[in-house]
Design a protein around this ligand. Structure first.
Ligand SMILES: Cc1ncc(COP(=O)(O)O)c(C=O)c1O
Length: 400
């Protein structure tokens, strides 16, 4: 069976499953999520996987993922308050992957440590070290920290990667490490390097842009390997015993796990597999999460206007940050209107008979941001709704 054969049935099946449910709503198809979990495990080839919770943002789904395999070890959190929230739900080994500065947030991390939890905060500068050391001293705890290594690559006229850490090489890393070693309340536990230009940049397709991206990726990888290795070895030469060396993301699993110094790979987006993750040459995950909007008017034959739908993803605001119409197959957004604040016209000329009150299924362009739009997710399996679980937002939690 080809995708063309099953997609009409998917629309009918989903429409039937959710018949009568008020729209808009969001859902996760557990059968597809489980398929993604299995393919992520296969891609990681036994390397422990740290789950990027920003790309999930639903406690029940995080529990489902961790329940599937012991290869899922530790959470990559996006704020100390989120780490505290997850800790209350029983999660541990919480790596807060972005700098934590406000004293209330640092206090939350210190409280977790006092309670015996494993929480690690991210640093990339001497200023971070001084600030955290002073606060950790006030709270009377030894605070585990992780060095964030910049893994972007500068090509002539192009900074290939993101702007995050100020640690570009061995000297920068040692400067921050030496400050940490001289501190009284900080302990270096790990290093993290996120090669965003490999992990977060789609490259499938024969067009010039994608061929160029693949070329730049190929050129970047040896430099990434070299930089990460050099920093790990320099720290080891200082006598540092690292608990973990973290790397990667959904889009870079294949290359990240090849690095001998890497002890764990991060994966988040691959579980829901949102629109932006349809375009990678190395893997294809299943569209496990989506949302439905209701057709409420029909201004013209072939145009179905739905209520809601304008859930635009963060980042540089290209058209690819819009949600992707998913079912029925062939449904499209209109270039001039896109997905709107309260209304979204959908162009559809396929075989499916659509009427007012019918759903159009779309997928968010990014993974976890879907959950910032909905209080709950319907969970479906084997053709029926099996549960409805709160998102972070539904739990009253909005961390960023
Ligand atoms: C530090 C870090 N690691 C890993 C990832 C990869 O996450 P995902 O698998 O959701 O793309 C991200 C995503 O932005 C990140 O910021």
């Amino acid at each position: 069976m080809t995708a063309n054969d099953w997609q009409p049935m998917m629309y009918q099946m989903y429409r039937e499953i959710f018949r009568g449910k008020p729209m808009p709503f969001a859902y996760v198809d557990l059968d597809l999520l489980d398929a993604n979990i299995q393919s992520i495990l296969k891609r990681a080839q036994g390397t422990p996987i740290r789950v990027a919770s920003k790309s999930v943002r639903c406690t029940a789904i995080l529990k489902h993922i961790f329940g599937a395999s012991t290869a899922f070890q530790g959470v990559m959190c996006y704020s100390a308050l989120e780490a505290a929230h997850l800790s209350q739900h029983g999660f541990d080994d919480l790596l807060v992957a972005y700098p934590c500065w406000h004293e209330d947030h640092v206090a939350a991390a210190c409280e977790l440590i006092r309670a015996g939890k494993s929480v690690t905060l991210m640093v990339d500068s001497v200023e971070h070290i001084r600030h955290l050391d002073a606060l950790a001293a006030e709270h009377g705890v030894m605070l585990p920290i992780c060095l964030d290594i910049d893994l972007s690559i500068d090509f002539p006229g192009l900074h290939f990667g993101v702007w995050r850490s100020s640690i570009f090489g061995v000297d920068d890393a040692l400067k921050v490490y030496d400050a940490a070693a001289a501190s009284s309340c900080l302990r270096l536990e790990g290093i993290m390097g996120y090669e965003a230009q490999i992990a977060g940049l789609g490259d499938a397709g024969t067009g010039l842009r994608n061929r160029l991206i693949r070329l730049l990726k190929r050129r970047s990888i040896p430099q990434i390997v070299e930089r990460r290795k050099a920093i790990v070895e320099a720290l080891q030469a200082r006598g540092v015993k690292l608990r973990f060396v973290n790397g990667g993301g959904t889009g870079s699993v294949e290359s990240t796990i090849q690095e001998k110094v890497v002890t764990e790979v991060t994966v988040g987006s691959g579980f829901y597999a949102p629109g932006l993750f349809d375009h990678y040459q190395a893997f294809k995950h299943q569209p496990a999460a989506g949302f439905a909007i209701e057709i409420v008017r029909q201004p013209k034959v072939g145009i179905y206007t739905c209520l809601g739908g304008g859930y635009i993803a963060s980042g540089s605001t290209d058209a690819n940050k819009q949600p992707v119409p998913y079912l029925p197959e062939g449904a499209q957004l209109m270039t001039l209107e896109g997905a709107g604040e309260v209304q979204t016209p959908i162009v559809y000329q396929g075989a499916e008979k659509l009427a007012l009150g019918d759903p159009i299924f779309l997928r968010h362009s990014k993974a976890g941001e879907l959950c910032e739009r909905f209080n709950s997710l319907y969970l479906i399996a084997q053709g029926k709704i099996v549960d409805q679980v709160p998102t972070y937002r539904g739990e009253g939690m909005s961390f960023l």
